[in-house]
Design a protein around this ligand. Structure first.
Ligand code: NAD
Ligand code: UPG
Length: 436
């Protein structure tokens, strides 16, 4: 099939590349010329494990192309994917201007039937708005389909190639047939393509993200309680997660959920519910708890240093909102940096992939190290904000030699408590006893 993908961010580029991988001809469009030029030169504009192999293979085999020219991209396409941003607008609700703007532009260009697929995360009722944008601007027949994306950054290629499920919202048989055919290679092991109406499909995405964010937040509250009652959250997590009805995944406590999705989607669902006079109370609590959880480490540090971190030097391991990505959107590390530097502390950070993005935003308030150990030079404490694999088994001897004090504040529970006792560290983690 000939496919066009509008927007080549984390979702658009993974979608385009993975659709090319199964034999489709894909043209990806972006408005950022620099990005498009990079991709034309065979360079990936984002870090996403495993994407490079598929990206290069499909460029070489001529199945994926990149352009800034929307008209050229959609000319021969049967299916057009909208993988555009839906960031929080001034009122906190999803800003639909990218999606509706592109819909209008496409409507003004098409001359034959197209399936317009919204992959962006959009509030209930958006399919109707996209349809209206076409009706107002063209007489050409289109089917508007909601097809939310559930991929996670860091494992995006695997998630796209082997999805747990594909959700498709459409009431058109013609569009349904095309979508069924398109997704068939990805669900050969029997995972379902679930067809439903557009509104249910749009809500499925927000409900899934909000449920996962709630699950994490619940465990963060359990972790906070563990610290007060003298229980160990790692044990509680195992005990709770062994129940199939609860499941082992997404129960890891930490310093709050971040990223470009959970924070904005929980907020958007809470606000859009209010539009229907529904008070989605649990989501308000989730947002409030998550906000304070992001600063849990700072709270612990302020207590340890008697509210005075002025002139202290801290090493920070991890900037990305999670491992295996360079994405720093809503990363807890950013909140920690702001609070500690405001209080007069110095920070030297290291992250395998996220440093460039942080340098652009906050380069003037912190320093960066070339490797994890360099960041520790003369540090009064180490803060761990992202659970990169390389941080799990560090050379503690080298760490001790570099650090001014053997103090670790770990927001990701990377180390065994007994080991830290043996090594003689002050070690403060989440939902577990503090080792001194
Ligand atoms: N990042 C994720 O893990 C993820 C997963 C599932 C769903 N989503 C949803 O998918 C959507 C996209 O997210 P993302 O993370 O890929 O965003 P992103 O910011 O990484 O990428 C969006 C891209 O669209 C481009 N763009 C903006 N306006 C354009 C236009 N008019 N024409 C062509 N290109 C244009 C931007 O330059 C950018 O490259 C959002 O709604 C998001 O909530 C994201
Ligand atoms: O047990 C856990 C699992 C995750 N997190 C945090 O939750 C956030 C989100 O993690 P994750 O879900 O792995 O990353 P995303 O790439 O943001 O993916 C989420 O958001 C995407 C965008 O909507 C969806 O497509 C995915 O299904 C959904 O998992 C990160 O800050 C994690 O550190 C925890 O604190 N504990």
């Amino acid at each position: 099939m000939n496919i066009a993908v509008i927007g080549t961010g984390y979702v658009g580029l993974v979608t385009g590349t993975c659709l090319a991988e199964t034999g489709n001809n894909v043209t990806c469009v972006d408005i950022v010329e620099e990005k498009v030029n990079k991709m034309k030169n065979g360079e990936l504009p984002i870090y996403e494990p495993g994407l490079d192999i598929l990206f290069h293979r499909n460029i070489e085999q001529g199945r994926i192309k990149f352009t800034t020219d929307l008209a050229e991209a959609i000319k021969d396409a049967v299916i057009i994917f909208l993988a555009l941003p839906t960031p929080p607008g001034g009122d906190g609700k999803a800003d639909l201007s990218y999606v509706l703007g592109a819909a209008k532009d496409i409507a003004n260009l098409i001359t034959d039937y197209k399936v317009i697929v919204t992959k962006s995360t959009v509030p209930v009722g958006t399919a109707d708005k996209v349809r209206a944008a076409f009706e107002e601007n063209t007489l050409v027949e289109v089917d508007v389909v909601s097809n939310p994306e559930f991929l996670r950054e860091g494992v995006a290629v695997d998630d796209f190639m082997k999805p747990d499920r594909v959700v498709v919202g459409t009431r058109s048989d013609r569009a349904k047939k095309l979508m069924e055919e398109l997704y068939a290679p990805y669900v050969r092991s029997g995972n379902p393509v679930i067809f439903m109406d557009e509104r249910s499909s749009e809500l499925t995405k927000y409900a899934a993200n909000s449920f996962l964010a709630t699950k994490i937040t619940f465990m963060n509250e359990v972790a906070n309680l563990c610290e007060l009652v003298g229980a160990d959250v790692d044990m509680v997590r195992r005990g709770v997660g062994a129940d199939d009805r609860i499941g082992k995944r997404f129960l890891f406590p930490g310093i709050g959920y971040g990223g470009s999705c959970f924070p904005k989607d929980v907020q958007a669902l809470a606000l859009s519910s209010k539009e229907y006079d529904y008070d989605f109370k649990i989501l308000d609590a989730v947002m409030e708890v998550n906000q304070s959880q992001k600063l849990k480490i700072v709270e612990k540090m302020m207590k340890y240093y008697n509210n005075d971190v002025k002139g202290k030097k801290f090493a920070l391991w991890g900037l990305a909102f999670k491992p295996e990505t360079d994405d720093i959107r809503e990363a807890p590390a950013l909140y920690i940096i702001d609070e500690l530097t405001k209080a007069g502390a110095e920070i030297v950070a290291y992250d395998p992939e996220g440093m460039e993005n942080v340098r652009k935003m906050k380069g003037d308030i912190l320093a960066f190290a070339d490797n994890a150990y360099e960041a520790l030079e003369g540090a009064d404490a180490l803060i761990i904000a992202t659970e990169w694999q390389a941080f799990r088994n560090p050379d503690f001897k080298q760490m001790e030699e570099k650090m001014a004090s053997k103090v670790i504040f770990d927001g990701r529970n990377l180390y065994d408590l007994h080991k830290m006792i043996d090594l003689g560290y002050y070690y403060n983690s989440i939902g577990r006893a503090t080792v001194n």
